[in-house]
Design a binder for this molecule. Structure first.
Ligand SMILES: Nc1ncnc2c1ncn2[C@@H]1O[C@H](COP(=O)(O)OP(=O)(O)OP(=O)(O)O)[C@@H](O)[C@H]1O
Length: 264
Protein backbone atom coordinates (compact mmCIF):
# COMPACT_ATOMS: atom_id res chain seq x y z
CA UNK A 1 0.00 0.00 0.00
CA UNK A 2 1.99 2.96 -1.26
CA UNK A 3 -0.89 5.44 -1.23
CA UNK A 4 0.30 7.37 1.80
CA UNK A 5 3.83 8.18 0.80
CA UNK A 6 2.78 11.42 -0.86
CA UNK A 7 4.24 13.81 1.69
CA UNK A 8 7.24 11.95 3.02
CA UNK A 9 9.78 13.22 0.55
CA UNK A 10 8.78 16.81 0.85
CA UNK A 11 11.62 18.69 2.51
CA UNK A 12 9.50 21.80 3.07
CA UNK A 13 7.04 20.15 5.46
CA UNK A 14 7.27 21.98 8.78
CA UNK A 15 8.73 20.37 11.88
CA UNK A 16 6.01 20.32 14.54
CA UNK A 17 7.98 18.39 17.19
CA UNK A 18 11.71 18.95 17.73
CA UNK A 19 13.59 16.77 20.17
CA UNK A 20 17.18 17.58 21.09
CA UNK A 21 19.68 15.49 23.08
CA UNK A 22 16.83 14.01 25.07
CA UNK A 23 17.64 11.72 27.99
CA UNK A 24 15.10 10.07 30.25
CA UNK A 25 15.30 7.72 33.26
CA UNK A 26 13.06 5.71 35.55
CA UNK A 27 14.86 6.11 38.89
CA UNK A 28 18.46 5.19 38.18
CA UNK A 29 17.64 3.24 35.06
CA UNK A 30 18.25 5.21 31.89
CA UNK A 31 15.49 4.51 29.34
CA UNK A 32 16.34 6.98 26.55
CA UNK A 33 19.79 8.15 25.49
CA UNK A 34 20.52 11.37 23.58
CA UNK A 35 17.54 11.19 21.26
CA UNK A 36 17.37 13.79 18.48
CA UNK A 37 14.34 13.84 16.21
CA UNK A 38 12.26 16.22 14.10
CA UNK A 39 8.68 15.15 13.47
CA UNK A 40 6.96 16.62 10.45
CA UNK A 41 3.55 18.21 10.54
CA UNK A 42 0.66 16.25 9.00
CA UNK A 43 2.64 13.12 8.50
CA UNK A 44 2.42 9.74 10.17
CA UNK A 45 5.60 8.83 12.06
CA UNK A 46 6.01 5.27 13.34
CA UNK A 47 8.23 4.09 16.20
CA UNK A 48 9.41 0.51 15.93
CA UNK A 49 11.88 -1.64 17.84
CA UNK A 50 12.06 -4.64 20.16
CA UNK A 51 10.13 -4.76 23.41
CA UNK A 52 11.54 -2.49 26.09
CA UNK A 53 13.54 -0.29 23.71
CA UNK A 54 11.75 2.87 24.88
CA UNK A 55 9.17 3.52 22.16
CA UNK A 56 6.22 4.08 24.51
CA UNK A 57 8.32 6.05 26.97
CA UNK A 58 9.38 8.39 24.19
CA UNK A 59 5.83 8.74 22.84
CA UNK A 60 4.52 9.63 26.30
CA UNK A 61 7.10 12.40 26.57
CA UNK A 62 5.21 14.37 23.90
CA UNK A 63 2.20 15.02 26.12
CA UNK A 64 3.96 14.60 29.46
CA UNK A 65 2.09 11.43 30.35
CA UNK A 66 5.29 10.28 32.05
CA UNK A 67 4.75 13.04 34.63
CA UNK A 68 2.23 10.66 36.19
CA UNK A 69 4.99 8.17 37.04
CA UNK A 70 6.77 9.10 40.29
CA UNK A 71 10.23 7.82 39.40
CA UNK A 72 10.22 9.18 35.85
CA UNK A 73 12.63 12.04 35.20
CA UNK A 74 14.19 13.84 32.31
CA UNK A 75 17.95 13.80 32.64
CA UNK A 76 18.77 16.12 29.76
CA UNK A 77 17.69 17.75 26.52
CA UNK A 78 14.43 19.24 25.32
CA UNK A 79 11.16 18.55 23.53
CA UNK A 80 9.68 21.48 21.63
CA UNK A 81 6.24 21.55 20.04
CA UNK A 82 5.64 24.44 17.66
CA UNK A 83 8.91 25.88 18.96
CA UNK A 84 7.81 25.88 22.62
CA UNK A 85 9.64 23.81 25.25
CA UNK A 86 6.82 21.65 26.64
CA UNK A 87 8.76 21.05 29.85
CA UNK A 88 9.06 24.80 30.48
CA UNK A 89 7.78 26.15 33.83
CA UNK A 90 4.94 28.11 32.23
CA UNK A 91 3.41 25.08 30.49
CA UNK A 92 -0.15 24.13 31.48
CA UNK A 93 -0.08 20.33 31.17
CA UNK A 94 -3.88 20.04 30.82
CA UNK A 95 -3.77 22.44 27.87
CA UNK A 96 -0.83 20.53 26.40
CA UNK A 97 -2.80 17.28 26.53
CA UNK A 98 -5.74 18.91 24.74
CA UNK A 99 -3.33 19.88 22.04
CA UNK A 100 -1.56 16.51 21.98
CA UNK A 101 -4.22 13.79 22.24
CA UNK A 102 -3.58 10.16 22.96
CA UNK A 103 -5.10 6.81 22.02
CA UNK A 104 -4.03 3.75 23.98
CA UNK A 105 -3.41 0.10 23.22
CA UNK A 106 -6.61 -1.04 24.83
CA UNK A 107 -9.68 1.01 23.97
CA UNK A 108 -11.01 2.69 27.08
CA UNK A 109 -14.44 4.19 26.39
CA UNK A 110 -16.23 5.68 29.38
CA UNK A 111 -19.20 3.60 30.63
CA UNK A 112 -21.53 6.15 29.05
CA UNK A 113 -23.42 6.46 25.78
CA UNK A 114 -21.61 6.80 22.48
CA UNK A 115 -22.79 10.42 22.33
CA UNK A 116 -21.63 11.23 25.85
CA UNK A 117 -18.19 9.75 25.25
CA UNK A 118 -17.59 12.40 22.59
CA UNK A 119 -19.44 15.23 24.31
CA UNK A 120 -17.64 14.67 27.62
CA UNK A 121 -14.49 16.68 26.85
CA UNK A 122 -16.55 19.55 25.47
CA UNK A 123 -18.89 19.67 28.45
CA UNK A 124 -15.83 19.86 30.73
CA UNK A 125 -14.80 22.91 28.73
CA UNK A 126 -18.20 24.44 29.53
CA UNK A 127 -19.85 23.82 26.15
CA UNK A 128 -23.48 22.97 26.93
CA UNK A 129 -25.35 24.07 23.82
CA UNK A 130 -27.12 20.99 22.44
CA UNK A 131 -26.87 21.84 18.77
CA UNK A 132 -23.14 22.62 19.12
CA UNK A 133 -22.62 19.30 20.89
CA UNK A 134 -24.71 17.46 18.26
CA UNK A 135 -22.59 18.98 15.50
CA UNK A 136 -19.27 18.08 17.12
CA UNK A 137 -20.41 14.54 17.93
CA UNK A 138 -21.39 14.00 14.31
CA UNK A 139 -18.24 15.63 12.96
CA UNK A 140 -15.97 13.51 15.18
CA UNK A 141 -17.80 10.27 14.49
CA UNK A 142 -17.60 11.01 10.77
CA UNK A 143 -13.92 11.91 11.19
CA UNK A 144 -13.34 8.55 12.85
CA UNK A 145 -15.27 6.70 10.10
CA UNK A 146 -17.87 5.55 12.59
CA UNK A 147 -20.91 7.71 11.96
CA UNK A 148 -22.74 5.39 9.56
CA UNK A 149 -22.30 2.46 11.93
CA UNK A 150 -23.61 4.20 15.04
CA UNK A 151 -25.84 7.10 14.02
CA UNK A 152 -28.99 5.21 14.99
CA UNK A 153 -27.74 4.24 18.44
CA UNK A 154 -25.92 7.30 19.70
CA UNK A 155 -27.59 7.05 23.09
CA UNK A 156 -26.75 3.40 23.67
CA UNK A 157 -23.80 2.38 25.83
CA UNK A 158 -20.40 2.56 24.18
CA UNK A 159 -19.57 -0.68 25.97
CA UNK A 160 -21.95 -2.52 23.62
CA UNK A 161 -19.78 -1.72 20.59
CA UNK A 162 -17.26 -4.13 19.06
CA UNK A 163 -13.59 -3.77 20.05
CA UNK A 164 -12.74 -2.12 16.73
CA UNK A 165 -15.66 0.30 17.04
CA UNK A 166 -14.64 1.14 20.61
CA UNK A 167 -11.13 1.96 19.44
CA UNK A 168 -12.47 4.23 16.68
CA UNK A 169 -14.76 5.83 19.29
CA UNK A 170 -11.69 6.57 21.41
CA UNK A 171 -10.09 8.18 18.37
CA UNK A 172 -13.29 10.22 17.81
CA UNK A 173 -13.24 11.24 21.48
CA UNK A 174 -9.63 12.37 21.13
CA UNK A 175 -10.58 14.45 18.07
CA UNK A 176 -13.42 16.24 19.89
CA UNK A 177 -11.08 18.63 21.69
CA UNK A 178 -9.37 19.49 18.40
CA UNK A 179 -5.83 18.30 19.01
CA UNK A 180 -3.09 19.15 16.58
CA UNK A 181 -1.13 15.98 17.29
CA UNK A 182 -2.46 12.49 17.95
CA UNK A 183 -0.28 9.95 19.76
CA UNK A 184 -1.21 6.31 19.30
CA UNK A 185 0.37 3.61 21.44
CA UNK A 186 -0.17 0.30 19.65
CA UNK A 187 -3.77 1.22 18.77
CA UNK A 188 -4.45 -2.01 16.88
CA UNK A 189 -2.80 -4.59 19.07
CA UNK A 190 -6.11 -5.78 20.54
CA UNK A 191 -7.97 -5.75 17.21
CA UNK A 192 -8.66 -8.40 14.58
CA UNK A 193 -7.39 -7.90 11.00
CA UNK A 194 -10.62 -6.31 9.72
CA UNK A 195 -10.85 -3.82 12.58
CA UNK A 196 -7.11 -3.15 12.18
CA UNK A 197 -7.59 -2.37 8.50
CA UNK A 198 -10.33 0.12 9.39
CA UNK A 199 -8.15 1.89 11.94
CA UNK A 200 -5.26 1.97 9.45
CA UNK A 201 -7.54 3.53 6.81
CA UNK A 202 -8.64 6.03 9.42
CA UNK A 203 -5.04 6.92 10.28
CA UNK A 204 -4.39 7.52 6.61
CA UNK A 205 -7.36 9.87 6.27
CA UNK A 206 -6.64 11.71 9.54
CA UNK A 207 -3.19 12.85 8.48
CA UNK A 208 -4.77 15.43 6.17
CA UNK A 209 -5.56 17.36 9.33
CA UNK A 210 -3.47 15.89 12.13
CA UNK A 211 0.11 14.94 12.88
CA UNK A 212 0.16 11.32 14.02
CA UNK A 213 2.86 9.48 15.94
CA UNK A 214 2.26 5.77 16.34
CA UNK A 215 4.05 3.05 18.29
CA UNK A 216 3.62 -0.33 16.67
CA UNK A 217 5.01 -3.82 17.09
CA UNK A 218 3.70 -4.70 13.68
CA UNK A 219 6.27 -3.85 11.06
CA UNK A 220 3.85 -4.36 8.18
CA UNK A 221 1.63 -1.82 9.85
CA UNK A 222 4.47 0.69 10.13
CA UNK A 223 5.26 0.10 6.46
CA UNK A 224 1.60 0.52 5.48
CA UNK A 225 0.61 3.59 7.48
CA UNK A 226 3.67 5.74 8.08
CA UNK A 227 5.58 8.32 6.11
CA UNK A 228 8.64 8.13 8.35
CA UNK A 229 9.85 5.43 10.68
CA UNK A 230 12.14 5.57 13.68
CA UNK A 231 13.92 2.40 14.81
CA UNK A 232 14.85 2.27 18.52
CA UNK A 233 17.11 -0.22 20.23
CA UNK A 234 18.03 -0.27 23.95
CA UNK A 235 16.85 3.30 24.46
CA UNK A 236 18.73 4.72 21.50
CA UNK A 237 17.34 6.04 18.25
CA UNK A 238 19.28 3.93 15.78
CA UNK A 239 17.84 5.16 12.51
CA UNK A 240 15.11 7.53 11.43
CA UNK A 241 14.16 8.07 7.83
CA UNK A 242 11.46 7.91 5.19
CA UNK A 243 9.60 4.62 5.77
CA UNK A 244 10.51 3.13 2.39
CA UNK A 245 14.20 3.69 3.13
CA UNK A 246 13.96 2.09 6.58
CA UNK A 247 12.27 -1.00 5.18
CA UNK A 248 13.96 -1.37 1.82
CA UNK A 249 17.35 0.26 2.10
CA UNK A 250 18.30 1.04 5.71
CA UNK A 251 21.72 2.49 6.46
CA UNK A 252 22.29 0.72 9.75
CA UNK A 253 22.99 -2.99 10.14
CA UNK A 254 20.85 -3.28 13.28
CA UNK A 255 17.89 -1.69 11.48
CA UNK A 256 18.41 -4.08 8.58
CA UNK A 257 18.53 -7.08 10.92
CA UNK A 258 15.38 -5.94 12.75
CA UNK A 259 13.22 -5.12 9.72
CA UNK A 260 14.23 -8.34 8.03
CA UNK A 261 13.16 -10.29 11.11
CA UNK A 262 16.62 -11.48 12.14
CA UNK A 263 16.24 -10.22 15.70
CA UNK A 264 13.72 -8.71 18.05
N1 LIG B 1 6.67 2.85 34.83
C1 LIG B 1 7.91 2.37 34.67
N2 LIG B 1 8.73 2.24 35.73
C2 LIG B 1 9.98 1.75 35.60
N3 LIG B 1 10.52 1.37 34.41
C3 LIG B 1 9.74 1.46 33.33
C4 LIG B 1 8.40 1.97 33.39
N4 LIG B 1 7.87 1.96 32.15
C5 LIG B 1 8.84 1.46 31.34
N5 LIG B 1 9.96 1.16 32.04
C6 LIG B 1 11.21 0.62 31.50
O1 LIG B 1 11.70 1.50 30.52
C7 LIG B 1 12.21 0.78 29.39
C8 LIG B 1 11.45 1.20 28.15
O2 LIG B 1 10.10 0.75 28.26
P1 LIG B 1 8.99 1.12 27.20
O3 LIG B 1 7.69 0.60 27.69
O4 LIG B 1 9.08 2.55 26.85
O5 LIG B 1 9.50 0.26 25.94
P2 LIG B 1 8.71 -0.16 24.63
O6 LIG B 1 9.72 -0.16 23.54
O7 LIG B 1 7.51 0.70 24.43
O8 LIG B 1 8.30 -1.64 24.99
P3 LIG B 1 7.04 -2.50 24.52
O9 LIG B 1 7.18 -2.63 23.04
O10 LIG B 1 7.22 -3.81 25.23
O11 LIG B 1 5.81 -1.76 24.94
C9 LIG B 1 12.07 -0.70 29.74
O12 LIG B 1 13.28 -1.14 30.28
C10 LIG B 1 10.98 -0.70 30.78
O13 LIG B 1 11.13 -1.79 31.67
Amino acid sequence: MAQNKDTANSQDTRNIIEVRDFNFAYGNSQALFDVNMDIKEKEVTAFIGPSGCGKSTFLRCFNRMNDLIDIARITGGSVKINGIDIYGKEIDVIELRKHVGMVFQKSNPFPKSIYDNIAYGLRIQGIKNKSTLDDVVEECLRGAALWDEVKDRLHESALGMSGGQQQRLCIARALAVKPEILLMDEPCSALDPIATAKVEELIHSLKKEYTIVIVTHNMQQAARVSDRTAFFYLGKLIEYDVTDTIFMNPNNEQTEAYVSGRFG
